[in-house]
Design a protein around this ligand. Structure first.
Ligand code: DP6
Length: 402
């Protein structure tokens, strides 16, 4: 008997121009366009296996081995339904195709990074779900079309259907048909963009993106200014900077937009705080690091950005990452040895030091554990279809043990 099964992986993306606000909460249509860098799946990814089988009782999904409820009319159910509909269209056009669109599916998904790290997994998760169903159903649908469906799982997920530098065009239509992701440039255009993720210790449970952004839409006057007068210009300027490989402009806009996103969070009633003291100390370090570079006649060397939580993502050309790791470790000593995937450090390892001329008074040093991990990665490619040896479902159609 034929087994209808496919496995795919998808990347994480971190926005430079932030998506924050919906004009339609069911279809997930944003109040502004956004733009992100896709990170390398060699380091951070979600992997998903989907199987269609007439003997299954119903659609089921497991995340890291734990079954998640697929609620009627919910985001997961919508994505699965839309993908089945695309398959059905194919089957109707070509009667020789096996009619698998009517079969229930089992879906098993895993992240290769700990959920506890506080890294957004919904973007890579929904992108991997859509990519694996697309492979299962042998759709020839292009990535922008698939992004329309991933968008309905989680807005930011639509940008994980592409590698490199990706824009989510907000669109205007009420049905959302023009609200999808497009590639601004592939990773090969600017492979020198690296990222250092600083995983900041956070005990309390923050406000979710979904509910936080809705409250901002309802109460923040600053958001209206941002939507109308700030984001359109920034989208054009940062796209141009990416095409010109102009890091200085890219960095300036990325930091400004992170700041404004956190400003509209603060402008929300009641206010929302995503950054903490450690997040702000990292900002101070990057600002001073850039100040020294500019004082020496150079340009900006790094850009920070923060999503709906305290973790910092620092974008920089590869040649600067070593100095940045030294800088962060000086103020935030690490319990674990720096995992050095690009082999920047020799046997001596990371010392913890600042560049010449750096004003050490801009932040106070913290103890071990304030920044509980550092992940060095870079711009990466889009979803990958994987072989059967990577499958996450056993022959019984249930998730394999990790
Ligand atoms: C701050 O995509 O998680 O990371 O559409 O409600 O699922 P939903 O929200 P989500 O929001 C991401 C917000 C952000 C900025 C960004 O990624 O652009």
């Amino acid at each position: 008997m034929t087994v209808y099964q496919a496995t795919a992986s998808a990347p994480v993306n971190i926005a430079c121009i932030k998506y924050w606000g919906k004009r339609d909460t069911k279809l997930i249509l944003p109040t502004n366009s956004s733009l992100s860098v896709t990170l390398d799946q060699d380091h951070l990814r979600s992997t998903t296996t989907s199987r269609a089988d007439p003997s299954f009782q119903k659609d089921r999904l497991w995340l890291n081995g734990v079954e998640e409820e697929i609620k009627d009319g919910g985001r997961l159910a919508t994505c699965i339904k839309e993908m089945k509909a695309l398959r059905k269209q194919l089957e109707e056009k070509d009667s020789s195709l096996p009619k698998i669109s009517g079969f229930p599916v089992h879906i098993s998904s895993r992240n290769n990074f700990p959920t506890a790290a506080g890294l957004a997994s919904s973007a890579s998760g929904f992108a991997a779900l859509v990519a694996s169903l697309s492979a299962l159903y042998q759709l020839s649908t292009d990535a922008s079309q698939l992004s329309l469906i991933a968008r309905q799982g989680s807005g930011s997920a639509c940008r994980s259907l592409f590698g490199g530098f990706v824009a989510w065009q907000m669109g205007e239509r009420a049905d959302g048909a023009d609200s999808y992701a497009v590639e601004i440039a592939p990773r090969e255009h600017w492979p020198d963009i690296h990222a250092l993720i600083c995983v900041v210790n956070d005990e309390k449970k923050g406000t979710s993106s979904t509910s936080g952004m809705q409250r901002t839409v309802e109460t923040s006057p600053l958001l209206q200014h941002r939507i109308k007068h700030v984001v359109p210009e920034r989208m054009a300027a940062i796209s141009k900077a990416i095409l010109a490989r102009d890091f200085d402009t890219f960095a300036r806009i990325t930091m400004q937009d992170s700041n404004q996103f956190h400003a509209v969070a603060l402008d929300t009633d009641p206010p929302i705080f995503y950054m903490n003291d450690v997040s702000r100390a990292i900002i101070a370090l990057i600002v001073e690091y850039n100040r020294v570079a500019v004082a020496n006649g150079g340009k900006l060397k790094a850009a920070y950005t923060y999503d709906a939580g305290p973790n910092a993502v620092i974008y920089a050309p590869k040649e600067n990452i070593k100095e940045i790791v030294e800088l962060i470790v000086k103020y935030f000593p690490q319990a674990d040895k720096f995992k050095d995937p690009f082999e920047l450090f020799g046997a001596a390892g990371v010392q913890g030091k600042v560049v010449e001329g750096f004003n050490e008074g801009v932040a106070k040093p913290y103890g071990v554990g304030a920044v509980k991990g550092l992940i060095h990665t870079r711009v990466g490619d889009g979803p990958r279809t994987l072989g059967a040896e990577e499958a996450l479902l056993g022959s019984d159609g249930l998730p394999l043990k990790a």
